[in-house]
Each structure stands twice: as C-alpha cells, then as structure tokens.
Design a protein around this ligand. Sequence first.
Ligand code: HEM
Length: 505
Amino acid sequence: KMSPSTIIAILLVLLTCLWSLISASSKSKHKKLPPGPRSLPIIGNLHMLGNLPHRSLQHLAKKYGHIMSIRLGSVPTIVVSSPKAAELFLKTHDTNFASRPKIQASEYISYGTKGMAFSEYGPYWRHVRKLCTLQLFCPAKIEAFAPLRKDELGVLLRKLKNAAEEGGVVDVSEDIGLMNEDITYRMVLGCKRDDQFDLKAIVEETFSLAGAFNISDFVPSLAALDIQGLTKRMKKVSKTIDKLLEKIIDDHEQVAKTTSGKQGKHEDFVDVLLSLMNQPLNSNGEQVHFLDRTNVKAILLDMLTAAFDTSASSIVWSLSELLRHPRVMKKLQKELQTVVGMDRMVEETDLPKLEYLSMVVKESLRLHPVAPLLVPHESIEDITIDGYDIPKKSRIIVNFWSIGRDPNVWSENVEEFYPERFMNSNIDLRGHDFQLIPFGSGRRGCPGLQLGLTTVRLVLAQLVHCFNWELPAGILPQDLDMSEKFGLSMSKAQHLLAKPTYRLL
Ligand code: HEM
C-alpha cells in the first residue's frame, strides 16, 4: 500500500508534461483570486497539506492571509482563517457557500448524496434538514433519549468502578468510544453493537472511508486508476451496509405491524423516518419531495457517521486536558460537589447549573475541535468578497482550529488550557460568535449541536464526579501525549490511559 507522499511523488513525475499542455490552454478567467502559495502542475498545493492539514494551512495563512487561495489537485480552494472572514462566508454570504462538493465517498457511501450531510444546497436538502431538525433534533426528542444515555453511561460507570476496585489502569478512549457507539446505534438504529452481525466493523469502515484523503476527488483524471484502492473498498462496504440497513428497516416495519411489539418501545430514528416516508416534504410551491426508502437509508447513514466519534473524541480531549491540569480538575470537582453533592449522580437537569463545566468544554473545543476544518463547503455562484473573486464551485475550507489558536483573537496564553477565559463572557458555541465555531455556523452548521453537547457535558461531569483520575505510573501531567490524528473526526493519536478511584459516597 503506497503512502500519499509516494503517490504524490509518482504523480509529479508522470504528469508534469501533461500539465504544461493543459495550463497553456486554460488561463484563469478570474482576475483577482485571494493570495496564496504557488501551485504545482496537476497536484496543485496538495503536497503542502501533510498529515495534519489544519496546522499546515495555519502556517500558510500566516504568510498569505485570512482569505487564502490554494489548489487541491484541480479543485480551486479558498481557506478561511479568521473570525471576520468566517462571518463573511458563513453568515453574510452563507447562501452562496451552503453547498457541499461531490466526492466519491458521498457518491458511494451516502447513496449518491440522497441524505443530508453530503447533499448539494437546494430544495431537497432544505426540506430534509428542516424535517430532521424538527423530528430528530428537537428538545423533546433529545430529552426522550435521556434514559438511553443514562443506561449506557451506567454500563460504563460500573465497568470503571470494577476497574477502580482492582486498582487498574483503563483504556479510557476505548471505553468512552464503545459507550458512545452503543448510544448512537440505539438512538439511530434501535440496536446495539452486538445485536446485528458486524455492525461495528461496517460502521468503522464507512467512517474511515468517509474521512480518507482520496486522490480521485482532487485529480479526477486519475479516478479510474483507483491508486489507493479506496473506490473498491467503498463499493464493497456500500453493498454490505445496504444489506444491513435493509434488514434493520425490515425489522422495524415488522415490529410496527404488531401493536404489541410497539408497546413500550422507544422510538428511534428509523421509526421516525419510516413514519414520514412517502409524505410530501413541503407544500410551499416549490417542487414537492417525497422521502423514499433510499433517502431514509442515506439519512440514517449520515447520522451514524456524524455521531460515531464526534462526542466521544471531544470527551477524551476534555478529560485529557483535565488530567494535564490538576488545578482545573479540582475546581470542576468542587463545582460538582457544591451543585450536585456527593450522595447522588449528576443528572442532565443539573447541566445548566454547572457553569465551570460549560467553560471547560468550550475551552476544550477551542483547542481540540473534532472537525478542525469543519466540513468542506462549495460555492454556488461566482462572487466577490473582500475585493477577491471567488469562482463558483470553489471548495471552502474554514480553518477553525487556526481561529481557535489565533493570538489576535484570544489574546495572551493562546495555547494554554485556561477555562477562566470564558468567565463573564457571552461567547457561546451556537455559531453566532465566529471566534468559537467548533460546530460550524449558518445553514450548514451542525444540527446535532445540542445532542452532542449534552452527551459531552453529561459524560464528562459523571466521569470526574464519580472518580478521581491519575495518569499511569511514570507519566507526569505535562508529559501526557496530546498529538492529533486527522480524520473525519480528529481524535487523540494515542489512547488515553488512566487509573480511576471511586469517590462518591
Ligand atoms: C455537521 C461538529 C455531533 C450531525 C457538522 C459540522 C461540524 C460538526 C463542524 C459541519 C458544519 C459545517 O459544514 O460548517 C460536531 C461536533 C459534535 C457533533 C463538534 C459533537 C461534539 C453531532 C451529532 C450528530 C451530528 C451527535 C447527529 C446525531 C451532523 C450532521 C451534519 C453535521 C447531520 C451535516 C449538516 C448538513 O450538512 O446540513 N457537525 N457535530 N453532529 N453534524 Fe455535527
């Protein structure tokens, strides 16, 4: 299996000649693109991205500015790296940038963009988004899943309590990941990891393919060669996942037919979407859309991919920062002791009262956003912004990771984990404050924000309320490895290992 850098080197040699022919015949029609680095034939600036693109792009933006132009293969790309520029693209001109690029992953593993997350901007996406916001992400629905979260969190806490009694070190990343998977599978599909044959393996493969760096997306002339073997894998997993989703939908339809089967049964996303199938999605004069079985499968798959690792990674990043900063850990435990007490567990209803917890989570998402470059947008029409011409069908990358660590935005100690910076501040996470947009902003902002935040806050609160945590012998707080692994969601490169001690009465 060739590494991306080897592939890029081979491409360079083979295709330079071809490029001179193409570039001679296609001079840019756009007069004033934003500044950016010189690009190479065929691959453009792909070679500059490295393994951690958010860091490389931050470095480049320091030289070329907060609205920068690069080329990823043949794809014109604009990189946005300041709150002011993010506001221009995600608020002022949001309608022009609310589309998504068509990539192989969306074609093969999102049913040809028939879901929500990968769909181009237009009436279909608008209606599906509205429907999901109303039916799946409304406060009542989030609350309805509270017992499910409590249940799965209970499983994790019991496991940790046993480990604490034995005095052992636990793989916190692994345990939180498994808990989040079971919450997600139960909420979206109504089943657990082990209920359906290979569910975990299939979702993992889909997730890793959706986040893979695919040369075919950037140099379409090479797509037929499938150099990385990704297309083959996508085709294979798309068939397997389709079979699985068909079975899950059949099972739900079967249960729905028997009234007794429905009694007491919790409504998951499959139930909700099936109840909406074949109903017109709108009646406001636009083309009428119906949700069919393929749409249902595509939306379910989007939800699984979006929820698979985001909350879990955010919890692990937060707990890691707490382990590196015992002062903050103690202060948070003190807040929990005062607000909740030591004779009962934290409940979701406690969360609004836990102000320091909220600051800790904000600070962790500032430094460790699980989507450091958000999700790529695509421009719909040619437009001029801040004096620059942005061509239509440009890819828009918002480097929130860079915004979160910009000393001009966050004043001093920008790299330091210091939740108190949010004390007496109105900055929230909902996408109105462009210096803090780990969930994105505007039309394409994350619809699962409330759901994700509830899970992150609740699990983190429970973990530090129920347990004291120590790093394995020999690792000092300041030595804890915090390196990043870039992917569909950015997790810690090394699993977090720590030793819990039970502390509730
Ligand atoms: C989109 C972050 C949890 C569903 C996004 C985007 C970000 C994000 C940055 C892209 C915004 C943009 O394009 O500008 C997060 C974070 C989470 C989280 C940090 C948790 C800590 C969830 C959960 C779900 C979800 C739990 C659903 C169960 C989605 C969907 C989209 C999305 C469907 C695509 C929206 C669209 O294209 O219209 N999320 N997310 N997210 N998220 Fe989340």
